[in-house]
Design a protein around this ligand. Structure first.
Ligand code: ADP
Ligand code: MG
Length: 146
């Protein structure tokens, strides 16, 4: 994917962006999502899941770091590492099978586990700019290569 800057003005637009990216995502891709609480990481994730063909509801897993969806055209590994205490919790979950497997991974709050991110991933940063309205979001997409 090319590096991009997208501006959205509603949750629906952010969902739609996620859906398009999910539709084009190839198995083995890793997406990282970075942004403050309430910026729309989960809204984007729900769109991406839809794009993969998942119809069951996708939410932020509150007490589990990883939620796996098998319903789409490839496995979808949804991580939300907001509450991670120690990086060793990722080993316990068996994250490597997800990062280096044949599904699509998405990691909310990926900046908290930077040291174990794979060599290549797509970073998505979401931020607000209240001067542009309460529902405005700036979404920066960047290919990262070690
Ligand atoms: P996060 O997962 O980053 O904590 P959520 O996706 O759970 O955030 O929540 C984002 C909130 O912001 C939702 O209530 C959503 O309706 C609202 N919102 C308003 N404008 C937008 C927008 N342009 N894109 C995404 N969400 C938006
Ligand atoms: Mg969330």
């Amino acid at each position: 994917m090319k590096d991009k800057l997208i501006e959205t003005y509603s949750p629906e637009e952010t969902f739609e962006l996620g859906r398009q990216i999910g539709q084009e995502a190839v198995p083995g891709s890793v997406f990282t999502l970075i942004g403050d609480l309430g910026t729309g990481k989960t809204v984007f994730t729900q769109g991406l899941a839809k794009g993969l063909g998942i119809t069951e509801p996708v939410n932020s897993p509150t007490f589990t770091i990883l939620q796996i969806y098998e319903e789409g055209r490839c496995p979808f590994y949804h991580f939300d590492v907001y509450r991670i205490g120690d990086i060793s919790e990722m080993d316990e979950i068996g994250y490597e099978d997800c990062f280096y497997g044949d599904g699509v991974c998405l990691i909310e709050w990926a900046d908290l586990i930077e040291e174990i991110l794979p060599e290549h991933y797509t970073e998505i940063r979401i931020s607000k700019d209240l001067e542009k309205g309460f529902d405005y979001r700036k979404i920066q997409i960047k290919e990262k290569l070690a």
